[in-house]
Ligand binder design. Structure first.
Ligand code: GLP
Length: 234
């Protein structure tokens, strides 16, 4: 595992954005796995900035988002699809048909998940972007999720459910995340310091979903100083 430590949350996003831009230059038809959450805002801003300077194009890039809440329409302001449209897709040259999302309103959730699973098997994700929850969740794979888990319907933990967000979601599983070729995990702020320490130095356990990344061949942790503050202590 590689660890990059930068000054602040904005730099985490900008460093990740410039690494992604470089990857799309080397592989114009890269398949990206994308994430949501506040950590991702400076990342998408960074990508938009590079796009405006013509340093990156997404015309041939495909994407698969990690997760979506159950029951929300894609136009609903609380949906993760809306987050992506507002913060990224509407501002760059991504083609609509290249954007893949789990449909939280699908009548048959099982079939929706199986369908997504089939698509990510066919077009293996080349670069997966991850944030992390304070309890170590990745995507919406909460503590206790099997390392073999696939795309499925899940219940969200109390700590993940802020304010009025739904109780259930669809998420790519841990096995799907582990099957990606390369992963960037982004974390910023002191509230992530403890979990980052556990993920990097603790035991690999399903109680800390992100600890599975110790077994991935190609992961870069991009952290700000606050999120990395417990690492020197070993
Ligand atoms: C949500 C998302 C995760 C994200 C996490 C952290 O639960 N499903 O993909 O990593 O939140 O979010 P934040 O960056 O807002 O701390």
């Amino acid at each position: 595992m590689k660890i990059v430590i930068v000054n602040n949350a904005k730099d985490v996003g900008e460093r990740a954005a410039s690494l992604v831009a470089q990857a799309t230059k080397e592989r114009p038809n890269l398949i990206l796995g994308l994430a949501t959450g506040k950590t991702m805002i400076p990342f998408y801003r960074g990508l938009i900035k590079l796009y405006r300077k013509k340093k990156v194009s997404f015309a041939e890039v495909k994407s698969f988002n990690l997760d979506e809440y159950i029951g929300l329409k894609s136009r609903d302001k609380g949906s993760l699809r809306y987050f992506m449209e507002k913060n990224f897709f509407s501002k760059v040259d991504f083609k609509k048909e290249n954007v893949h999302f789990l449909d939280g309103r699908a009548k048959n959730k099982k079939r929706e998940c199986e369908n997504y699973e089939r698509q990510i098997k066919k077009s293996r994700i080349g670069l997966q972007i991850l944030g992390i929850g304070r309890n170590g969740h990745i995507g919406f794979n909460e503590p206790g999720s099997s390392f073999k888990s696939k795309t499925r319907e899940v219940f969200l933990s109390e700590s993940t459910r802020r304010k009025k967000i739904p109780r259930k979601a669809l998420t790519m599983g841990i096995s799907n995340i582990m099957n990606t070729k390369e992963i960037f995990l982004l974390a910023s702020g002191r509230e992530k310091a403890e979990i980052i320490h556990r993920v990097l130095h603790g035991m690999i356990s399903e109680d800390v979903p992100a600890s599975v990344l110790q077994k991935h061949r190609n992961v870069v942790f991009i952290l700000d100083k606050k999120a990395a503050r417990q690492l020197e202590e070993g």
